[in-house]
Design a protein around this ligand. Structure first.
Ligand code: GTP
Ligand code: MG
Length: 539
């Protein structure tokens, strides 16, 4: 069904976080549907959630007559936006201009007739289109155009990139191919809003909000969807008691700890999603996981989003490095002792701060530019930074993406990981405060290391692969300064070069033979997985 169709999807509930794999958002300048970049981050999130709440998801025939379909739905009110996509069947997302239209639509939706089965009586905004009678059968020969929700496969990407003429163009092309689309972003917010409906049966004031790469501007089509079940409306944190007179308060159950409360809520919500949610299958509850402070993680998403907007090269470089890291199994979709996309992103930001003319400012600088409205302290952590981009003056750095990409590999190919820690707050190397192969200071919880999980073997691989990549780029730059694609025949596809060549499995010295490397990696992974399972069981 719907959730299953989200590429590489796995559903799990962690403490404070519901994860569901799938796809989302390019809030580019030419985007005329989504909320604009000039609005604040928080306002954009709110607007997208409101959009999602006015939307329904309809399973339909691949040959559905789009015009007639939309005309039928518009009996319930104006349609603001709609698109179709394919994922184990054809689906339409229809956003009405007004929430009343969804209520009106609900009145016109009927309960399916079943013969040998029984229905779970739960109504949601996941609907199916039925055509009744021969006259209403889908007539369109071609059917509606479906918007892709998955990234192009690596082989195809390598071919496409090889046709570009400069590395800068390759990076731009890769970013365009991988970044979340407007439609995918809408789907992500729709998932949040549909889950909210389920949680709202018990907690009407709750909100489900996305964070992480779904909203930080660095999400790739198919990346997971990190969600936060926000119950602050009920927690009483913001309520003031009167000083005198009578007052009423709710009787409420008490638990030993906040963690216990969260676990109990997520356990029930997870159960409801699994048992009642149409299309929701295989919900796995991971209630013991160690989780970052979710509110701080949301602030981190906002910070990364801001860095991505400051200079177009930031996102390009992050996308290129993430893609390269995935191609060489430096990162993985399975948690373990390897570097995460989040750590990699912070490493790219740090590198950009370390250029002779820094491309982006330090977090301390962004903190110093903050106004009173930007102040944010979350559980003792100062998460304040400026939100008004016009207050930030950038330095004059004119390096090309090619230079920056090479610079990145050079920088980390010779970084003093043994002694130094990476801090985007200070924008300079700091002495390592603790023993860990890789130390990257958490931007807001500064005493924490975001790459604590990384072991020496994984770090060594990363360094070796950086050196390898730097060497490759140097060769191609030395051979042809403007790096035109070599060996280009008239009727043959151009040989992978530049960034495309970096995405091929590594063959050169410094990195072990491919098969051996794969075998070793698989066994390290398996060991990591077993260890984490053991840890979970022992809790
Ligand atoms: P992908 O899902 O890999 O595309 O990237 P992501 O940025 O969404 O990373 P992930 O899903 O692993 O985590 C979601 C968010 O949680 C991140 O964006 C961070 O804000 C936060 N986060 C992840 N790992 C850590 C960590 O080790 N420490 C802290 N404090 N926060 C983390
Ligand atoms: Mg994520």
């Amino acid at each position: 069904g719907f959730l299953k169709g989200l590429q590489g999807s796995h559903t799990c509930l962690r403490r404070g976080v519901v994860t569901e794999a799938q796809a989302l958002a390019n809030r580019g300048k030419d985007d005329d549907h989504g909320p604009g970049d000039q609005e604040g981050f928080e306002a954009v999130q709110q607007e997208r959630l409101a959009q999602a709440e006015r939307s329904v998801l309809i399973s339909c025939h691949s040959k559905t007559n789009e015009k007639r379909f939309l005309k039928y739905l518009s009996l319930h009110g104006d349609i603001q936006n709609s698109f179709f996509y394919d994922s184990y069947g054809t689906y339409a997302v229809v956003e009405f201009a007004s929430p009343e239209s969804v209520a009106s639509l609900h009145k016109a939706v009927s309960i399916p007739a079943v013969n040998h089965e029984s229905l779970v009586p739960f109504k949601s905004r996941l609907l199916s289109l039925r055509s009744l009678g021969a006259a209403d059968r889908p007539t369109g020969q071609t059917g509606p155009q479906c918007r892709p929700q998955t990234a192009v496969p690596m082989n195809e990407l390598i071919q496409t990139l090889s046709q570009e003429e400069t590395i800068d163009q390759q990076v731009t092309c890769l970013t365009a191919a991988f970044q979340l689309t407007e439609e995918n972003t809408r789907l992500r917010f729709l998932v949040c809003s549909l889950l909210r409906d389920i949680a709202a049966s018990y907690f009407p004031e709750c909100n489900v909000r996305p964070f992480g790469s779904s909203v930080n501007g660095f999400g790739k089509l198919g990346c997971d969807l990190d969600m936060f079940l926000d119950l602050d409306g009920i927690s009483g944190r913001s309520l003031k008691m009167p000083n005198a007179g009578l007052a009423l308060e709710y009787q409420m159950k008490r638990c030993n700890s906040e963690r216990a409360v969260t676990q109990s809520i997520l356990s029930v919500v997870g159960e409801c999603v699994d048992r009642f949610g149409p299309g929701c299958v295989g919900v796995q509850k991971i209630l013991n996981a160690r989780c970052p402070l979710v509110r701080v993680a949301m602030k981190t998403s906002e910070l990364l989003h801001l860095y991505g907007r400051l200079d177009g090269r930031v996102r390009g470089l992050v996308f290129a490095v993430r893609c390269w890291a995935r191609a060489h199994a430096i990162t993985s979709s399975v948690p373990g002792a390897w570097i995460t996309n989040f750590s990699l992103t912070v490493m790219v930001l740090f590198f950009l701060q370390r250029r002779p003319a820094p491309v982006i400012p330090t977090l301390d600088h962004l903190h110093s530019l903050a106004g009173p409205a930007d102040k944010s302290v979350i559980e003792g952590n100062d998460c304040t930074f400026v939100s008004d981009l016009s207050r930030i003056t950038l330095q004059d750095n004119t390096e090309t993406l090619e230079q920056l990409l090479r610079g990145f590999f050079d920088f980390y190919g010779s970084f003093q990981f043994g002694r130094m820690s990476i801090s985007i707050r200070k924008g300079t190397e700091q002495n390592k405060p603790e023993v860990a192969p890789l130390h990257i200071q958490n931007p807001f919880e500064t005493s924490l290391n975001v790459s604590k999980n990384v072991n020496g073997t994984q770090l060594d691989r990363f360094v070796a692969l950086c050196q390898d990549a730097a060497w490759h780029l140097e060769q191609s730059a030395a051979g042809a300064p403007s790096a035109p694609p070599p060996q280009r025949g008239a009727d043959t596809a151009p040989a992978p070069w530049g960034l495309a060549a970096l995405l091929l499995p590594s063959q050169t010295a410094g990195v072990k033979g491919r098969r051996k490397q794969k075998r070793e990696l698989a066994s390290v992974r398996l060991k990591g997985l077993l260890e984490s399972l053991k840890k979970n069981n022992n809790r």
